[in-house]
Ligand binder design. Structure first.
Ligand code: SF4
Length: 205
């Protein structure tokens, strides 16, 4: 089964607790105004990877990591692939699963009545990015987004999640700059200024 992914990065130390592997899924139809991940909207970008192959590679590294974070793009728009991957990971490893989605919990309940996502995901950040509701932390894009724990088939709203971990940026083998986490508005400008000091002219849009 093919899974359209934009990126896999590790290690990351934000977007969930501990040392993690980050997966960015390709494709999102929700089109939030002000989205900083517009290159991930098209379902045709990124790479088409076999779910089993992605799982096998991660299973080999599992002992060195605490968890996997799945972001996007919109992970739930490739639901079959997401569930197949998570089923294998939860069956064979002890990795903690953290997922970001633009859907609200009530929408997920309606769209995916099997509720298998609740069985495999440990923590989930839900809700559209709303540009006029800037968040003061690096975990939420906007303050309306809600974090839940899934346990024993129930969703528990986390009112005071740990949001202390900041963003991190990497320069990949492809010479592209990649970023994990959600910088605050002024932090993007700071990153641009720091890069400029090293003669790297990069504008984040
Ligand atoms: S759900 Fe996320 S990736 Fe999709 S448009 Fe909204 S902010 Fe962008």
């Amino acid at each position: 089964m093919k899974w359209q992914l934009n990126n896999i990065k590790f290690p990351i130390y934000n977007l969930g607790p501990g040392k993690r592997i980050g997966i960015w899924v390709q494709g999102c139809s929700l089109a939030c105004t002000g989205c900083i991940n517009k290159t991930l909207w098209s379902e045709k970008g990124g790479d088409s990877l076999d779910v089993l192959e992605v799982y096998n590679n991660m299973a080999l590294m599992a002992d060195d990591f605490d968890g996997i974070t799945i972001s996007g793009g919109e992970p739930f728009e490739q639901y079959e692939q997401l569930i197949a991957f998570l089923h294998l990971i939860k069956l064979k490893t002890r990795l903690h699963i953290y997922c970001f989605t633009g859907y609200d919990l009530s929408e997920l309940e309606e769209l995916y009545p099997d509720q298998l996502y609740m069985k495999y995901i440990d923590q989930i950040m839900t809700g559209r990015f709303e540009q006029d509701k800037w968040s003061e932390d690096n975990l939420r894009g906007s303050s309306n987004q809600k974090l839940y724990n899934f346990q024993n088939g129930r969703a528990e709203l986390l009112l005071n999640p740990d949001t202390s971990n900041n963003w991190s940026i990497f320069i990949g083998d492809d010479q592209q700059i990649h970023m994990s986490a959600i910088p605050k508005n002024n932090e993007l400008k700071q990153i641009e200024a720091d890069l400029k000091q090293h003669n790297i002219n990069k504008k984040f849009i």
